[in-house]
Ligand binder design. Structure first.
Ligand code: GDP
Length: 471
């Protein structure tokens, strides 16, 4: 996952600082230097990094901090805020409204993932009840129209383009007019990309923009772009009124810091990220949860959204009621566990949870992670036979989330004294599940590790979207 290394380095620097008995100037400087190095190594632009360091030092004045204040928390919060500031240009992008047809134009270099992203954007809105349409004004790349046509057909989205016409402005105007007549409410115009910035590309883009008068221009950027990102994004911004950025290939192993520079260069927010080649590998981008995930602090609001997405509607009130009461039987958790398996890319779910940076669950090991969860479920089934899941009415005593999340990871926390989990009991669980004893031990070890992380978050309130104050 892009930026996982950066997240890991920052988390380690913060951890090292937390391990120090006294936090003085030197400890703070060491921590900031470590973070600076990590950001630069990830290709974040030098000026942004330097500004960030200066700002943190300004905010965190150790002398001013009265004794008794939680200095670590203040420093961590300052780093969190600065990273958020780096990614937040301070003004939201234009959001299309269904009441009036909107024209959205996509620009970017060839290979950035522009055409794929156009379809993902259309598909995302279509699922939300919009009537999107795609116009292929890329007359430069052979096969561009076929690609768009193929994607659009798959997603049942109307499209417009031409094999014969070579004037992109003409195609764009005709397409937009036609779809306006057909009452489409979101008309997406894909423009040509080139291998590198060149005058002809910018001129063509400018003309298409002038002729179609888009409500929003989205700059698509490949996350692996590196240090060149800032200049490139700025060049696009100077030719057309870029209003938002979409960063693609966030599922790869690129350093990714360049993408952060794109925000500063275009003064526009990142609105979505592409996380794979498939149509639905596309996520809304929210700064605070993203930074929170980057720092290994999790994203409980995103996690809650996922729960709303996958837990059947009729089960939601009961589940939330039980959660708020602090009542959570193992059976309910088991059911939720099944829902969680439906949550889709398991990696995304893991990275939303504190303590689970994406480093721990790298892409490519999703199948493995999923298999592990299923294996744990089989063991939990065996625990049911042992009567261990039948704790009806048991309270979780303020540990709702610890309980829920432990079970998500297959540990099946119950309020049984862990000592009850003696070897013969584990043997029976293993036998019942057709697994090895060492696997049951591994499951409980994993549980202990997570319970430790989660015990620090005792009494945690489920945060509202974007509110990280609970962390
Ligand atoms: P364009 O030239 O900018 O229109 O780029 P394309 O849409 O043709 O994409 C170039 C390549 O990148 C294709 O192979 C896409 O499947 C791939 N691609 C696009 N977005 C993503 C993404 O988010 N993740 C991954 N892994 N591949 C992507």
């Amino acid at each position: 996952m892009v930026l996982a290394e950066l997240g890991g380095s920052i988390s380690r620097a913060l951890q090292q600082m937390s391990n120090a008995t006294i936090i003085d100037e030197k400890v703070l400087n060491d921590c900031l230097n470590e973070i600076t190095r990590a950001l630069l190594q990830s290709d974040v632009q030098f000026k942004l990094v330097r500004d960030m360091q200066t700002n943190i030092k300004k905010i965190v004045n150790l002398d001013d901090l009265a004794a008794g204040h939680n200095k670590r928390k203040i420093i961590q919060q300052a780093i969190f805020n600065e990273l958020c500031k780096m990614l937040d240009p301070g003004k939201p992008s234009f959001t299309p409204k269904k009441s009036k047809p909107s024209v959205v134009m996509f620009v970017g270099l060839q290979g950035s993932g522009k055409t794929t992203t156009c379809t993902k954007y259309a598909y995302y809105h279509q699922k939300k009840g919009w009537k999107p349409a795609l116009v292929c004004a890329d007359t430069f790349r052979a096969g561009a129209f076929d690609q768009l046509k193929q994607n659009a057909t798959k997603a049942k989205i109307p499209f417009y383009g031409s094999y014969m016409e070579s004037d992109p402005v003409k195609i764009a105007v005709e397409g937009v007019e036609r779809f306006k007549k057909e009452n489409c409410d979101l008309i997406i115009v894909d423009t040509s990309g080139r291998h590198k910035q060149e005058v002809a590309l910018f001129e063509e883009m400018r003309q298409v923009s002038e002729a179609t008068k888009p409500d929003l221009v989205i700059f698509v950027m490949d996350s692996s772009i590196g240090q060149a990102a800032f200049d490139q994004a700025q060049a696009f911004k100077q030719s057309v009124a870029v209003g938002a950025v979409i960063v693609t290939k966030m599922d790869g192993h690129a350093k990714g810091g360049g993408a952060l520079s794109a925000v500063a260069a275009t003064k526009s927010p990142i609105i979505f990220i592409g996380t794979g080649e498939h149509m639905d590998e596309f996520e809304v981008f929210d700064v605070k949860p993203f930074v929170s995930r980057l720092l290994g602090m999790g994203d409980l609001s995103g996690f809650m959204d996922k729960i709303h997405e996958v837990v059947p509607m009729d089960q939601q009130p009961e589940l939330l009621q039980k959660l708020s009461e602090g009542t959570f039987t193992m059976r309910i958790m088991y059911d939720q566990f099944q829902n969680i398996l439906k949550m889709g890319p398991i990696n995304q779910v893991f990275s939303m949870l504190p303590g689970f940076s994406s480093e721990l669950m790298p892409k490519g090991r999703e199948k493995e992670s999923q298999a592990k969860i299923k294996r744990y479920m089989t063991m939990m089934d065996s625990m049911t036979n042992e009567g261990l899941l039948n704790f009806k009415g048991e309270k979780w005593a303020g540990h709702n989330w610890i309980g829920l999340l432990s079970v998500i990871f297959g540990m099946g926390q119950n309020r049984t004294n862990p000592k009850l989990m003696n070897e013969s009991r584990m043997m029976r669980i293993a036998r019942g599940a057709g697994r090895q004893l060492r696997e049951v031990v591994e499951m409980f070890e994993e549980y202990k590790r997570l319970a430790k992380i989660w015990s620090k978050m005792k009494g945690l309130k489920i945060p509202k979207k974007g509110d990280m104050s609970a962390l």
